[in-house]
Structures are given as structure tokens and as C-alpha cells.
Design a protein around this ligand. Sequence first.
Ligand SMILES: C[C@@](CO)(OP(=O)(O)O)[C@H](O)COP(=O)(O)OP(=O)(O)OC[C@H]1O[C@@H](n2ccc(N)nc2=O)[C@H](O)[C@@H]1O
Ligand SMILES: Nc1ncnc2c1ncn2[C@@H]1O[C@H](COP(=O)(O)OP(=O)(O)O)[C@@H](O)[C@H]1O
Length: 274
Amino acid sequence: MIKIKAYAKINLALEVMEKECGYHRVNNLMIPIDLYDEITLEKDDKIIILNDPFPGENIMEKAAKLFFLKTKIDGGVFITIKKNIPSAAGLAGGSSDAAAILKGLNELYSTNLKKEELIEMSAELGSDVGFFIETKIALCTGRGEIIHPLDIDTPKLNVLIIKQDIGLSTAMIYKNYSYDGNRKEDKINNIIQALSTRNIPMLDLNIFNDLEPVALKVSKVLNDGFNAIKNMGISVHVSGSGPTMFVLNPTMEEILKIKGAAKKDTIILLTNTF
Ligand SMILES: C[C@@](CO)(OP(=O)(O)O)[C@H](O)COP(=O)(O)OP(=O)(O)OC[C@H]1O[C@@H](n2ccc(N)nc2=O)[C@H](O)[C@@H]1O
Ligand SMILES: Nc1ncnc2c1ncn2[C@@H]1O[C@H](COP(=O)(O)OP(=O)(O)O)[C@@H](O)[C@H]1O
């Protein structure tokens, strides 16, 4: 039996450009956080997901089918999952679960597929899946499927995750986006420099997400929650297509203020990048 941790991510930069063949071109700087789904895999003759939280549409099943199709193995897998990453949250839990299945099956069936082959396979499952083959800070380009790992010794950042009791569809958020032609290369370079020099104020100042205004516009709940935190004088960001918000290196006072003002059912947890 194989046990795998499928980690979540946050976006430190998300530049969304023009749409080509149904997908927007992006410059997407992602960093993993220490929040993970717990997955176990055992050989079986069928693909089975115990107590499947997304019956009939689980991306883990798609990943397993793709793996057996590509490797021409007549196999199966018995999967258990403990979902800890909130769904439809902008934390890419589903993408990470899919990558975990590809990596896990590669080990379980001793297929020795290279990292590059797993990343290529990942692109058939979703734009963000390839990032989780390595799960290391990277700038992802193309539609997100081309991974450029960043060779920097990143500081360990504390990350306060705030996820209100709503979900947002990635496709819907992209649909409501329109590109204004403004490039953000400088900001991305500043973020990379700030990470390398461990300049956290500079990092926080340069974090941006082109999907953030869209998510705030389509969801009043998110907009209200976001402004409530901003009005406390706290720097807050939306992760990916939302609705998860995050605060970097919060003070205890800030955490208590956010917790005190949060609605019931809001998930608030303190984690860290790695
Ligand atoms: C926005 C981001 C930021 O990291 O993730 P989330 O915050 O949702 O996790 C990603 O770009 C999401 O990646 P992923 O969730 O893999 O998206 P996909 O399954 O490939 O695509 C879902 C839908 O989003 C739109 N889409 C996705 C990626 C992209 N570069 N352009 C798009 O327009 C397309 O309409 C597509 O049909
Ligand atoms: N293993 C999975 N984990 C989470 N969501 C899944 C999974 N398989 C399929 N899905 C579907 O994908 C949708 C978005 O997945 P998720 O990765 O959680 O969103 P996001 O990328 O916004 O964080 C979910 O709402 C769910 O319907």
C-alpha cells in the first residue's frame, strides 16, 4: 500500500492574458502549502474509490484511467481519500489529487515514468495538475501546464487561510475575465527577488492575481469578507479563482481579529509554505 500527501497551493502571482483555443495564457507563480489530502493506493483489478466524495466525476478516477491507457497496463487501483483541502476553493485540491494518483500508480506499478512524462500526462487532466508532480515553487506558463521550477531557497511563510462557506467555479471566473493588455512582468520579477532576499513586505506588496477582481465582483459574500479584512488594515489576497483568501505571516492579533469577525462555517486555518 502507498500513502501519499496531496498538497494545496496558493498563487503569489497570476497574470492572465489572451484566450487561445479555449484557455487563457497565464504566468502563474504557485507555491505549495502544508495543507493536504491523505490518499492511499492499493493494487486492485478495478478502479475503486472508497466513499467517493465526487461519484462519477472524480478527477482521481480520470487520472487512473489515463495512466492505465497510456501505459497499456490492464490494471486497477483501490483508492481511499481523506479530503482536508476545501473544494472549489482556488487551492487546487482536485488537481493535486490527480497528480498524486499519477505519481502513486507510477510507483505501485513500477512503470518508472519520468517526471517529464508525468507532467505531459497531467496536462490532459487539467492546467494545474503538472505543478503537483514536483510540488515545488514554480512559474507556470502556457495555460499553466508548462512548469518552470524556481531555483530559490524560499523562506517558510506562515499562511492564514480563510475560506468562507461558498465555492467558485474556475471556468466561470475565467469566463468573466477580460484582458486589458497590461503586462505584469515587473511585478513577477519583484516577487522572485523578494523571495530570494526574504523581503516579506516587498513580497506582500507585489502579490497580484488578475482573477481577484473578477471573483470579488461575482461573489458578494467574498467581496464583503475581503473588504472586512482589508478594513482591519490587514493585507489580504485571493488565491487563484477563489474564494479562498490568504494573509501572509499574520500576527496573533490579526488572526484573532479575523476569527472574531468571521461568519460561522468559515474555515480559518494557519498553515505554511514549504
Ligand atoms: C485558476 C487556477 C490558478 O492556479 O486554478 P484554481 O485557482 O482554480 O485552483 C488555474 O489557472 C486553473 O487551473 P485548472 O483548475 O487546472 O483549470 P482547468 O481544469 O484546466 O480548466 C478549467 C476551465 O478554466 C478555464 N481556464 C483554465 C486555465 C486557463 N489557463 N485558462 C482558462 O480559461 C477554461 O474555461 C477551462 O475549461
Ligand atoms: N478529487 C477531487 N477533489 C476536489 N474536487 C474534485 C475532485 N474530483 C473532482 N472534483 C470536482 O472539481 C471541482 C473543483 O475542484 P478543486 O480542485 O477543489 O477546485 P479549485 O481548483 O478551485 O481549488 C469540485 O467542485 C468537484 O466538483
